[in-house]
Ligand binder design. Structure first.
Ligand SMILES: [Zn+2]
Length: 388
């Protein structure tokens, strides 16, 4: 016969077991809910450049560019910034750039391009054939900018020493998330240099693509799984993009294993400073005209802008196989987007493209923003990607 005390003891044990079960159920539920959300969240990445800290003396694209028509003499300025910073400071800046992106929630951070005076000429300085002492004034970007540019005076070939794999390994050592490395594309390099040797853009483009492939293969060999070729000039020069630009992308990625996500970035161009609404951007109709050819190419992921200027989302219907990296925060505006406006736009985009082929990113690199503004925009972007 059980005493009252025994009954109470049994009831108490039962109650504890029930509470324990609830506890474990809650734990299991929240674990799976977290995993579910993680699995379903839209992937996030950055495009390339991240704001540089004041302790770095490497120049910035935005500091070394000016628009056509400026009073200042174009010849008085050079694209070629002295790049003589202490390697330890460059490593520190890279580490901070990667960690900032990760702390905001970015799944695929970049190295922030901290070592580069701009995203084009850093790479060109590692190629034979470019003369950085001989600058040639040139109006470029369809007349949107003018500058003294390095001159091509000989055959383009790699110097023989790889460099981007070292940059990648340093950046990758800062995080367990996969780091993306960017490379300027042939059509964009041609627009941002002055040719005094080839006089044949197609031949020059293929020599550039072969030289880029030398570096891209080494990047892949070193473990880099996200390699991006920047070709914003595609939308400014559709004919050349279709005549040889896309074929050059194939050459750039020739021999790269399937495990590598072959990425291409094409924004419509940006001014040298924030909040400049008059800058002559490329016609976004270029995206529509290039979509089918790009979808049929070797490129796995295409990065386009959509925040600075919305696209007609029917554009996304044209991509049947390619993943779209969808620009969702403007990099040339100081206004911080809201989670709601990005979420709404992503929801609309999902009516035109599969969820697993949509990645969210800023429109372009973040070099024009200061660190606080960049982190605010990235945090909002990541929250929106989680919420949709
Ligand atoms: Zn861009």
């Amino acid at each position: 016969m059980l005493s009252h005390a025994d009954v109470f003891a049994v009831v108490e044990i039962a109650a504890r077991l029930i509470r324990a079960e609830d506890f474990f159920n809650d734990l299991i539920y929240s674990h799976y809910e977290g995993t579910y959300r993680k699995l379903m969240a839209i992937e996030t990445t950055c495009i390339g450049a991240y704001p540089k800290p004041s302790y770095l003396r490497v120049g910035n694209w935005s500091e070394s560019s000016q628009e056509a028509g400026d009073e200042q003499d174009a010849r008085a300025f050079s694209y070629v910034a002295e790049c003589i910073d202490d390697p330890e400071l460059l490593d520190r800046a890279t580490r901070e750039a990667v960690q900032d992106q990760v702390s905001c929630g970015i799944d695929i951070p970049t190295d922030g391009e901290q070592r580069r005076e701009n995203y084009i000429h850093y790479h060109c300085r590692h190629l034979e054939g470019f003369d950085f002492a001989k600058l040639t004034a040139k109006v470029h970007r369809n007349g949107a900018a003018v500058a003294d540019l390095p001159t091509i005076t000989g055959k383009i070939v790699p110097r023989g020493e790889h460099f981007l794999d070292t940059d990648y390994k340093m950046a990758q050592s800062c995080t367990d998330r996969p780091v993306k490395i960017t490379v300027p594309g042939p059509v964009t390099i041609i627009d941002t240099s002055a040719d005094a040797y080839y006089n044949d853009e197609r031949r020059l483009a293929f020599d550039l693509a072969t030289a880029l492939n030398f570096e891209i293969r080494a990047l892949a060999d070193s473990g880099c799984r996200h390699i991006q070729v920047d070709e914003p000039l595609f939308v400014r020069n559709i004919d050349n993009a279709l005549r040889y630009g896309i074929e050059c992308l194939e050459r750039c990625f020739d021999g790269v294993p399937d495990a590598v996500q072959r990425t291409m970035h094409m924004c419509c161009g940006y001014p040298g400073h924030l909040d400049d609404p008059d800058y002559l951007k490329a016609d976004p109709d270029g995206y529509v005209r290039l979509a089918k050819a790009l979808d049929a190419s070797c490129i796995d992921r295409i990065s386009i802008e959509d925040a600075h200027r919305h696209n007609d989302l029917d554009l996304l219907d044209q991509f049947l196989a390619t993943t779209i990296i969808f620009g969702s925060v403007s990099i040339a505006s100081s206004r911080i987007e809201t989670v709601e406006e990005i979420s709404e736009r992503l929801t609309s985009a999902l009516e035109h493209i599969d969820r697993d082929r949509l990645v969210v990113a800023p429109d372009c690199g973040l070099m024009m923003l200061d660190r606080e503004l960049a982190m605010s925009k990235l945090s909002v972007l990541c929250e929106a990607a989680q919420s949709v």
